[in-house]
Design a protein around this ligand. Sequence first.
Ligand code: MN
Length: 183
Amino acid sequence: MTPVSKNIAYHLKKLRKELGWSLDRTAQETGVSKAMLGQIERGESSPTIATLWKIVNGFHVPFSVFLEEPHLLHNPTEPEHLPSVGSKMYVNPIFPFDPELKCEIFIIQLPPGYEQLSAPHESGIIEHIVVVEGTMEVFLQGAWKTLQKGKGLRFDAHQPHGYRNTTSRIACFHNIIHYTGKG
Ligand code: MN
């Protein structure tokens, strides 16, 4: 089990227990099959980013909640390396969710040729993208928009969106997510 799938398994089980949700109920709320949820919870499967977002939406919690290391929760330290979620995209929560600011900030690395499409998140979620290395493209309202290093974009994440890197060099961006609660 990778450290990331371990964290996801831990938090999925914990949230489910806190709410008293069965796997059936959790499948209904998240749109992720009961079999897949069971595999994730037992650490037998590492969910894709898209699947993890479905789970996040179903539980109405911030994305970074699932990436927190249980033993670091009350004693946070700097992560030592970028944990991987899925096979190729690297997601590192540099500022995990802050309940007062209702905000979390990730560094995301896209390897050459990588494309990530995302279903709409819950309403009230605003994303910022700021490119810090290379060039990437963001999919919004049916079109890919090129963003170069130093450029940014803000959008309502309650719509289909995506990120891709069509260059031959790595692209890296800051992903700043606000949970405004305006659903
Ligand atoms: Mn998103």
